[in-house]
Ligand binder design. Structure first.
Ligand code: PEP
Ligand code: MG
Length: 539
């Protein structure tokens, strides 16, 4: 047995097979090959595997997103089997005696160039598909292909680091725990792990030796320990710990259906944070009273192009309908910083956390913004929707947003498309927004305090920087005073105020938030019942 140590960012115990996740670097080397028949066979096997992956992806997309998006994978399957493409690769292996990775790479480049030279827009668009297929094949051939659909059973994922665009591609029920060499406690990967209710350990001193894949491992999210090939005693101790945790959670079930109200009668709205439609199951299971933060940008991650209005509409509508009249607050896309999607073509930035992101992108690319707003407004006819806008720093931004919202509503009216009564709010996550909170409160219905970014910007500490984790302190008096001021300004101007950053679930502060006058707390669904208990015990 080997023991490794890291920093736990979400508790729980996971027991299962290890899986080493290596990013596909895709540096393709040319190698001379003697046995060309064996190389062709290697390519054929990779092709078959790629076909299986695409089939699974198509089914998953059909289930989770919709028919139009699933067709992309069908097109990929056809291109994968395209005779010119296949023959181009096998001929090259046989005639030039080169390795399969190189043959796929060169043939892929040639096909993509051919598509790009065509007049027809549709055909030009196929170049991206060919690139995608080549990458998939090369990744499989070089053994770097690791994606959720490739995992045969639920696993403990071990990686150097995980970007949100990678994490969103995992099948959630195939991951037992996440362990990374890098990563910070405040990163979106940690947030996603909490949302998925699985143990997560960052800055772990693990090796990423591919031979670990398939070995047994145990992750103790309480102590930050990882056991590789555990001995009998450790396994028995950890199984007992897991059982106790399950029993503790079972006890909390008795709080389901009870109101979230303090001993002195103050009602706190206890909402949930989600990143996808799938998360709604956990929201309902944990009896959250609404959705206080739908991180809609996750719909934009892990894909090659913008989600269409129709696709977004379906997702928002399904979430709103499933919540059956309970409030659903959708945050407009907060892309940028660590949440990157290549097709946005955001130029390289030295300091992306303070760069072109979130509402700044939306107000610059109004067509992208309007597509999302139209989708949300259309979905609002199916229940209770609210919208909030991230990274606000000025009243001018809010006024411009409201103008665009009015334009969208006018368009929908002209098209006779129904929509509901939608509350508008903003995230308060910059010191600027706190300082002008009185002016902003006069413009909106509500505030939701994003303590993750508010801590980062107030303390001037990059939330992604693992070496600063020890001084990233959301309990800092400066942050707490900012929260206090934001709540007061909201109430003075008739707006309500909640917290949707991770601090909302920090039960050491629950009493203090209640004393400050907080109206709502929005947390990962798994914290709901425990937080309800805490609130019901508070004076
Ligand atoms: C926050 O900043 O607190 C927040 C809720 O948003 P995100 O973590 O997605 O930046
Ligand atoms: Mg934020």
């Amino acid at each position: 047995m080997e023991t490794r140590q890291g920093k736990s960012v979400f508790s729980g115990v996971a027991i299962g097979k290890l899986f080493v996740f290596k990013k596909a670097k895709q540096v393709v080397e040319k190698k001379d090959i003697e046995d060309t028949a064996a190389e062709v066979a290697r390519y054929m096997a990779a092709k078959e595997k790629a076909g299986e992956q695409l089939k699974l992806l198509k089914e998953k997309t059909l289930r989770d997103v919709g028919e139009a998006e699933a067709e992309i994978f069908e097109a990929h399957q056809m291109l994968l089997e395209d005779l010119d493409f296949v023959e181009g690769i096998t001929n090259m292996i046989e005639q030039d005696k080169v390795n399969a990775e190189y043959a796929v790479f060169v043939t892929g480049e040639q096909c993509a160039a051919l598509f790009l030279s065509m007049d027809d827009d549709y055909m030009r668009g196929r170049a991206a598909d060919i690139n995608d297929i080549s990458s998939r094949l090369i990744a499989i051939l070089s053994g770097t292909q690791v994606s959720a659909e490739a995992m045969p059973e639920p696993v403990i994922v071990m990686a150097e680091d995980l970007a949100p665009s990678e994490t969103v591609q995992f099948e959630k029920d195939k991951i037992l725990a996440i362990v990374t060499q890098k990563g910070s406690a405040n990163s979106h990967t940690a947030i996603l792990a909490r949302m998925m209710n699985i143990p997560c350990i960052v800055t772990a001193d693990i090796d990423l030796d591919p031979s670990l894949t398939g070995k047994e491992g145990i992750v103790d999210g309480f102590t930050g320990k990882i056991y590789i090939e555990p001995d009998e005693v450790t396994r028995a101790v950890m199984q007992e710990k897991k059982k106790r945790e399950e029993e503790r959670k079972l006890l909390l079930q008795s709080l389901k259906g009870l109101p979230t109200v303090t001993k002195s009668g103050k009602v706190i709205h206890l909402y949930a944070n989600i990143g996808s439609e799938e998360d709604v199951d956990s929201v309902l299971e944990n009896d959250s009273e609404g959705i206080g933060l739908f991180r809609s940008e996750f719909l934009y991650l892990g894909r090659n192009d913008y989600p269409t209005e129709e696709e977004q509409f379906q997702v928002y509508k399904n979430v709103i309908a499933k919540m059956n009249g309970k409030k659903v607050i959708i945050r407009t896309l907060d892309i940028g910083a660590d949440k990157q999607a290549d097709y946005f073509n955001i130029p390289h930035e030295e300091n992306p956390a303070m760069g072109f992101r979130a509402i700044r992108i939306c107000l610059d690319r109004v067509d992208v913004f309007k597509t999302q707003l139209r989708a949300i407004y259309r979905a609002s006819a199916y229940g209770t929707a609210s919208i909030m806008f991230p990274m606000i720093i000025s009243v001018a931004e809010v006024k411009r947003i409201k103008e665009i919202v009015e334009e969208v509503k006018d368009e929908l009216r002209q098209e006779d498309i129904p929509f509901g009564d939608v509350e508008l709010g903003i995230m308060v996550e910059t010191p600027a927004a706190v300082m002008i909170a009185d002016m902003l409160a006069a413009e909106v219905d509500f505030f939701s305090i994003g303590t993750n970014d508010l801590t980062q910007y107030t303390l001037a500490i990059d939330r992604q920087n693992q070496s600063l984790d020890s001084i990233y302190d959301p309990h800092h008096e400066a942050v707490l005073r900012m929260i206090q001021r934001t709540i007061e300004c909201a109430h003075d101007h008739g707006a309500w105020c909640g917290i949707c950053g991770e601090l909302g679930a920090d039960m050491e502060l629950t009493r203090r938030f209640i004393q400050m006058g907080i109206d709502e707390l929005s947390v990962s669904p798994v914290f709901t019942l425990e937080l309800r208990k805490k609130i019901r015990e508070a004076e």
